[in-house]
Every structure is written in C-alpha cells, then in structure tokens.
Design a protein around this ligand. Sequence first.
Ligand code: TYD
Length: 204
Amino acid sequence: MFISFEGIEGSGKSTLLENLKKYYLKKELEVLFTKEPGGTELGKDIRGILLNPTSLISSEAELLLLMADRIEHVTTIINPNLKKNKIIFCDRYIDSTIAYQGKGRNLSEDKIKELIDILNLPIPDLTILLDLPVEDGLLRANKRNELDRFEKEDINFHKSIRKSYLDLQKKDPKRIFLFDSSISENKLFKNVLNLIEKKINESH
Ligand code: TYD
C-alpha cells in the first residue's frame, strides 16, 4: 500500500509522520517512511539545489529536477518496496508537483500529468491532505528554521497552492482525504491513524 502526505508549508506533515513512525515501527507490519524531494542519494543532491534560497532555477528546470528526483525514488525505493508488499509512507509526491509547479509556478497541469504518465509513476492508494490557513502555516514554518527557496515565496504563491490542493481533493475524494490540521497534534494523529487502519484492513 502506498500512502502519500500533502499540504502547504507548516501544515504539520512532519510532526504527523513522526507520530505515525513511532506508532508503526513498534508494530509487526512492514513499513517504510520516505520523502520527496531527497529520498535517495541522488535526490539529496537535487533537494539541496532546489531548496537553496540562492539557487537560480527556471520553473521548467525546477519541474524536471523534481521529476528526476521522483523517478530515481520510484525506481530504486518505491516500486521495489511495493512489490514486497510494504506499506509506504511518503512525505510529498505527485500532488505537490501539480500544486506547486502547476498552480504555484503556472506550468501546464496537463503537461505535468503527461509526464506522470510517461514516467509510469504509481498513483498512491491513499493521500492524506493536511489543510490550514496559509497565514497559520507560514507562521509555523517561520518559527522552525531559516526559510528555504519555496517557503520564501510570497503569500499569493502559497494561497494558490492551498487552493490547488483543495481542488485536487474535490476532484478525487476517493483517493485524497482532507484533514483540518489546525486541531491538536494528538487529535490529528488519531484521526489520520483511524483512516489508515481502516484502509489497511480493507486491503487484506
Ligand atoms: P521540505 O522541507 O521537505 O518541505 P516540507 O517540510 O514543507 O514538506 O521541502 C520540500 C519543498 O519542495 C516544499 O516546499 C515543496 C517543494 N516541492 C515542490 O515544489 N514540488 C514537488 O513535487 C515536491 C515533491 C516538493
């Protein structure tokens, strides 16, 4: 089973994934926690370039760097582990590209979808979308560390990404499940865990 996690900056994905990791690593289930960009050796270098606030990258090159990161990750980590029937928890995946590069950078969503097709990328069985107001998310991200190249973008960039995520969820509610992440960390963890457990049971 392939589960991806999505959301705007400061939406609480990292904390939620830490909590899920603590929970599932104690269980007998075969799980794998990974992320994009930067889930492979090559990906770590690509991530460094993409997140560095001083990098000058055109939107098109940004898209292809993310896709290079993704195909390396899919080929060497995701597909082999799906074959072994592991449960994969992936921090960001294709919906990030549609939201950030499609809406955020104004690249054609159809072209991004074509690339996804050409590369034969697996579609997640389940996507957890964490949502909260952009202002609140950016406040959280600001407190955490120095802002990266994406976090430094203006508020309208982040608002368009939030809207894109919400549209994607409306179009594909069987795959993408929306969670309000302005509630407490523990409540959010329990809500998401309930859904994941249900999906795991259904898949057996
Ligand atoms: P990261 O620090 O992992 O962000 P977060 O902690 O918010 O998940 O940085 C990843 C950044 O890369 C994030 O700002 C979103 C961006 N990104 C894209 O723009 N497109 C993509 O397809 C992916 C996977 C990430």
